[in-house]
Design a protein around this ligand. Structure first.
Ligand code: IMP
Ligand code: MG
Length: 175
């Protein structure tokens, strides 16, 4: 076991995560009944959450992905670039962004503004985790899995330098 794995404490178990995602899926089925929904999963972290969520939904969805990254400057800024763009045409469609976490808010603010320029008929955001305390820019979140404390989380898609995404639960490092 490495140092990180040894220090990792459980924040949400696999069961707790699946139970919450089931609730979110039921809510989304209600809200998008009869709609043509395109979900956009934000690579890479949100893939884990996205796959579990859409499999629990009864509404047929079109599954698309985007990848963005922010320049790692001296501070967290709004310098976001698109690394992988959409495949689907979202104009006139109902669109739901699926993101793993909202932290400062810069990533989702950028994505929302970009997607809005493509004229979807509606645009909403679902996140698995929200670290409210860290917000620097106000972004409306429509669906939230867990509101979490200001702790660095790992597993279930969340990484440390790309590693540990495959841990099946959400853990945090006890400093
Ligand atoms: P934002 O632009 O600051 O809202 O950043 C969101 C991105 O920061 C997410 O997509 C994650 O990649 C990353 N992130 C923020 N907090 C954590 C965390 O606790 N663990 C792992 N990644 C995180
Ligand atoms: Mg990420």
């Amino acid at each position: 076991m490495d140092e990180i794995m040894r220090k990792l404490k459980v924040m949400y178990t696999e069961e707790q995560i699946q139970k919450r995602i089931q609730e979110m899926a039921e809510q989304l089925d209600k809200d998008y009944q009869g709609k043509d929904l395109i979900v956009i999963s934000v690579l890479k972290g949100a893939i884990f959450f996205s796959v579990d969520l859409v499999k629990k939904m009864k509404t047929p969805v079109i599954f698309d992905m985007m990848q963005v990254s922010s320049y790692q400057g001296t501070q967290s800024t709004g310098n976001v670039i698109i690394k992988k763009d959409l495949d689907e045409d979202i104009s006139g469609k109902d669109v739901l962004i699926l993101e793993d976490i909202i932290d400062t808010g810069y990533t989702l603010q950028y994505l929302k503004e970009y997607l809005q320029t493509l004229n979807p008929s509606s645009l909403k955001i679902a996140v698995l985790a929200d670290k409210k305390e860290r917000r620097e820019i106000d972004v409306d979140i429509d669906y939230t899995g867990f509101e979490i404390e200001n702790k660095f989380i790992v597993g279930y898609g969340f990484d440390i330098d790309q590693k540990y995404r495959n841990i099946p639960y959400i853990g945090y490092i006890e400093e």
